[in-house]
Write a protein that binds this ligand. Sequence first.
Ligand SMILES: C[S@@+](CC[C@H](N)C(=O)[O-])C[C@H]1O[C@@H](n2cnc3c(N)ncnc32)[C@H](O)[C@@H]1O
Length: 232
Amino acid sequence: MMNAKGDSMIEYYARRAAEYERVYSKPERQVDLQTLKEFLGGVFACERVLEIACGTGYWTQFMAKSATAILATDFNSDVIDLARQKVFGACRVHFTEADAYSLDTVSGDYTAGFHGFWWSHLPKNKMRLFLSAFHSKLPTGAKVVMIDNQYVNGSSSPISRHDADGNTYQLRRLDDGSEHEVLKNFPSDEDIISSLAGFATEIGVRRLHYFWIAEYTTKEMPNTGFNLMNGR
Ligand SMILES: C[S@@+](CC[C@H](N)C(=O)[O-])C[C@H]1O[C@@H](n2cnc3c(N)ncnc32)[C@H](O)[C@@H]1O
């Protein structure tokens, strides 16, 4: 897992592992969070799910209520160690370290894909590289669901800057006092739909107040021109 060494996002989430789930305690978000939990508890009924950037397995535990199997992946072993401690009932849940931009440690037979709060961290110039890697692990016709944050004044960390590619950033402080600049994008429906061009059909985007949910079906893999071995 050396190829992403020095990635500030990875280092930030490794340091944040133990305090990560506090974000799910924000009182104003509880109604929307309950909607997400109930939705994810049923949307993957009887599916074999590949999960990207699973973090502490917070969403894995809800998908496990009806999925048959889940391979939950993340770059950071620190968060996977926490995720393994969760309870998953009868669902067969396995974990593996994997860089989302290559997924070269992932093999298996999946019918569905999921990522939560990952899309917002994708730099625009790596979006298609990620989608190529992710979709290379899924069959045509697979169900994909993703969930992420809406920007809400007073609840979200303020945007600290924009870059030339149109990415936005936030400054975040951890319990140890360290401050981190984190790439965090808040896409419109059009942004999501255009990013998925060539990869997806039957795309639907639903907006809650604090979160968005997107669902689609995978299309046959396009020839993206990316070489997954060295295309970063
Ligand atoms: C916002 S957290 C989301 C965690 C979890 N999905 C959730 O919603 O609670 C983003 C996750 O992405 C992981 N991550 C960052 N860069 C990654 C990469 N290149 N490949 C895979 N995971 C990565 C971090 O370790 C972190 O767990």
